[in-house]
Design a binder for this molecule. Structure first.
Ligand SMILES: NC(=O)c1ccc[n+]([C@@H]2O[C@H](COP(=O)([O-])OP(=O)(O)OC[C@H]3O[C@@H](n4cnc5c(N)ncnc54)[C@H](OP(=O)(O)O)[C@@H]3O)[C@@H](O)[C@H]2O)c1
Length: 327
């Protein structure tokens, strides 16, 4: 395919949001395919990139790691991993994520290697399916590959409003765990109770962890993406031999963590990021067999993308924010 002009949400500078403009798509290289994008979901990463919080950004850039669309007349989703490599334990040095530096899905068309294309789960609409790849992959590796979540275990998901956290919650429930959640919003806690949470705590309340420890009896597995001062309280909620898996640092450096709690309770703390291609395939199989539907906060037209970025900025969402890509 020759190079040609398409419409895309183009980011041209930091501290601005992308705006619809024309871009020239390069000629298609050997082994690559062009997907007609139908929907793209936002991740915190997209917002952080607009704020200059990621290294190596070259303008203009097209963001968007979470894509659903049409390829060869079939509905598909994309694996956002590029060059994970052969080691299941850790990504290679050449690893990166679709949507910076390589142009992502906030465009009418996106070019990816053919082996990044997977059939859309049949029980999901194109909009629902776009919400799945990045957050679903990160959550699945955190909960299953690293966390080894088992039926009957007590699991805590910290900050349920996050896109990854909501998937981790759904996966843990489907695995038969007793799942508790925290949030800074009582409204989100009520939604989680309706979805099957066993108990909740608002992390903005004083001594919230003490009440949660009483209510739950402590946790076998804790999933976190906040870090910061609150992380020390998560350690206090660990049962003997608990695992703590974290994939983000929204609240910055971990402070006040007591080594004594960790070693005396034989706690294992694990970092994780994204997931291997095997994790992606295992996650898709799990989502298909349990008919899991992503929690969607809002679906907007891509002409309203500023509003979508503002939702992320305010962290008011419960689940994923999706853009419908069109003319
Ligand atoms: N390593 C990876 O592969 C990977 C992948 C995806 C994301 N991440 C990182 O993980 C983090 C979350 O990303 P996301 O896209 O899932 O989230 P998101 O949709 O942007 O939501 C962030 C959530 O963080 C929660 N939060 C904020 N302050 C908190 C606190 N003090 N204690 C507990 N929770 C708190 C909030 O939950 P409530 O609204 O319920 O309070 C909020 O909804 C980001 O830092 C992101 O960069 C990493």
């Amino acid at each position: 395919m020759e190079k040609r002009s398409i419409k895309a949400l183009v980011l041209k500078a930091f501290n601005t949001y992308p705006a619809i403009g024309e871009l020239e798509l390069p000629a298609l290289n050997e082994g690559m395919a062009e997907i007609e994008v139908k929907a793209v979901a936002l991740n915190r990463r997209d917002f952080y990139i607009t704020q200059g919080l990621y290294p190596g950004v070259e303008f203009p850039v097209v963001l968007g790691s979470d894509v659903s669309g049409i390829y060869n007349d079939k509905e598909v989703i994309l694996n956002p991993n590029i060059n994970w490599g052969a080691n299941e334990a850790v990504q290679s040095d050449a690893y990166h994520i679709l949507g910076m530096p390589s142009w992502g899905g906030m465009a009418q068309y996106v070019q990816v290697a053919k082996d990044r294309i997977y059939p859309k789960p049949a029980h999901l609409t194109l909009e629902e399916a776009s919400a799945l790849p990045l957050a679903g992959l990160t959550a699945f590796r955190a909960i299953k590959t690293k966390g080894n979540c088992k039926a009957g275990e007590k699991v805590l998901i910290n900050g349920i409003g996050g896109g990854v956290a909501t998937f981790a919650f759904q996966f843990a429930l489907a695995m038969g765990a007793e799942v508790y959640v925290t949030s800074g919003s009582d409204e989100k806690l009520n939604k989680a109770l309706q979805m099957g949470a066993k108990g909740t705590a608002n992390y903005k309340a004083e001594n919230w962890h003490k009440q949660l420890a009483k209510d739950s009896g402590g946790f076998d597995l804790i999933i976190d993406s906040a870090g910061g001062k609150g992380f020390a309280n998560l350690a206090k909620l660990c049962r003997p031999a608990a695992r703590v898996v974290f994939y983000g640092g929204t609240r910055g450096k971990i402070e006040g963590l007591s080594p004594q709690i960790l070693f005396w309770r034989q706690v294992t703390v694990m970092g994780t990021t994204m997931g291997s291609d095997k994790d992606f395939e295992d996650m898709l199989a799990f989502v298909n067999s349990h008919k899991i539907k992503p929690v969607i906060d809002s679906v907007l037209d891509w002409k309203e993308s500023n509003q979508a970025f503002e939702i992320l900025k305010a962290s008011s969402q419960m689940g994923k924010v999706v853009l419908r890509v069109g003319e």
